[in-house]
Design a protein around this ligand. Structure first.
Ligand SMILES: NC(=O)c1ccc[n+]([C@@H]2O[C@H](COP(=O)([O-])OP(=O)(O)OC[C@H]3O[C@@H](n4cnc5c(N)ncnc54)[C@H](OP(=O)(O)O)[C@@H]3O)[C@@H](O)[C@H]2O)c1
Length: 252
């Protein structure tokens, strides 16, 4: 698909992979809107990226509605929605007293918010030009990471929903892409002990996304996520054991 002269909304565009998506889409001559919760961080990123900032917590329905209205007023349409905002919480499920709060927050931000925002944005997008949705899940959609007891599940949900929606929305002329990044060098992965695995630069992950979108390749397992996809199909138990050995995350 064409990736120029469009109106693009990148949730979580104030940091990491989202900021890099905003940068590369802007470089192609698109109007780019970015959102995030922290207003200062958002304003700084917007100035750097020459993007339009809208402060919005994607887990808040009213704020999402206001954001879509503002995009309508400013640009008159929305062509590409990139659902990139996300959090990853590492914790001991049993030992942590606030586990219920953590799991609810993670499911709301990573799983419910992108799907609900997509549903809310679709009426705005159907009038757009070659509309497309991008979901950012993770290589951990293919295999769980024991140290993050809920995160991988939220990403697996987005993986399945991306496949189902790709089929459902085709009839409305909406393309549905899914980016599955490997461990990427961003604030989210800061302090994560990746052992012998090197974190991938966000620029490389996003270059794969752009190249795949141009060719209408819809499931984009970037970098090492390709190996996770293959291994999760041919030897899932072995792969899971390797994840435990390499990264730990249990008490046994
Ligand atoms: N880094 C990795 O290794 C990796 C690997 C696979 C997949 N991913 C996925 O890639 C996406 C981006 O991650 P990243 O590594 O770039 O993380 P990051 O650098 O921490 O950026 C996350 C972005 O999401 C925003 N955000 C978080 N919660 C939000 C909310 N409720 N409403 C609006 N914005 C929110 C943050 O801004 P505020 O905090 O200001 O809201 C920030 O802009 C996530 O979905 C993540 O799960 C990352």
């Amino acid at each position: 698909m064409m990736l120029e002269n469009k109106v693009v909304l990148v949730t979580g565009g104030s940091s990491g992979i989202g900021a890099e998506i905003a940068r590369q889409f802007r470089a192609l001559g698109n109007d780019v809107v970015i959102c995030g919760r922290n207003a200062e961080k958002l304003a700084a990123a917007a100035a750097k990226l020459d993007a339009h900032p809208i402060r919005c917590d994607v887990a808040n329905v009213d704020e999402c509605r206001q954001m879509l209205d503002e995009i309508d007023m400013q640009f008159g349409r929305l062509d590409i929605l990139v659902n990139c905002a996300g959090i990853m919480l590492m914790y001991d499920f049993h030992a942590q007293a606030d586990t219920p709060d953590r799991l609810q927050r993670e499911i709301e931000i990573n799983a419910i918010a992108p799907l609900r925002l997509t549903h809310m944005a679709l009426p705005h997008m159907l009038e757009g030009w070659e509309p497309a949705i991008v979901f950012v899940s993770s290589g951990l959609a293919y295999i769980p990471f024991p140290a993050t007891p809920v995160y991988s599940g939220t990403k697996a949900l987005i993986h399945h929903s991306s496949m189902a929606l790709r089929h459902q929305l085709e009839g409305y002329g909406v393309k549905v892409f899914e980016l599955l990044p490997p461990v990427t060098d961003t604030p989210l992965a800061e302090g994560m002990d990746t052992g012998s695995f090197k974190k991938t630069p966000p620029a490389d992950v996003v270059a794969e996304l752009i190249s795949a979108m141009r060719k209408d390749r819809f499931e984009i397992a970037a970098g090492a996520s390709k190996q996770l996809r293959l291994m999760s199909r041919i030897a899932p138990a072995f792969l899971f054991r390797q994840m435990v050995k390499q990264f730990g995350g249990g008490n046994r």
